[in-house]
Design a protein around this ligand. Sequence first.
Ligand SMILES: [Cu+2]
Length: 157
Amino acid sequence: MRSATTKRSVGGLVAFGIGTVGALVLAVGLLVLGGGKGDQRVFPTAVASAGGSAVAGGGGNDQPAPAGEGEINVVEKDFAIAMDKATTKAGPITFNIKNNGPSPHNIAIKELNQTSETIDGGKSTSFKADLKPGTYTVICAVPGHEQLGMKMTLTVQ
Ligand SMILES: [Cu+2]
């Protein structure tokens, strides 16, 4: 009896996992069709991030390298934002953004109503903002991504 119950819940988890990966594969397939880019690198990235987000929920090998003064390195993935620092000095700040994908992402500073360009997975861009002292909410402004976890706090001193 007990083993039957265990089997059932494991089966449910496996079914859930397959469903999640299937949805991602479908989404990536649509992206590839839509973009017309047959980039094979996209597929394993999708599978890896399905496992990573379920277990770790961010971090791991998606940590940005340390940036110099006046710059913040940002690494985005589905669906998390990592910045090399959470506190910086006031003034003009350049955000060096890398999208580890697979989905397109951007960054937006909510309080300033400023948004970077949206970049595809594997691409990079930079984004400048003049930051006065305060606390800022940095999100990905692609619809739904903030709710999926793409949200960070940046303190400017
Ligand atoms: Cu995003």
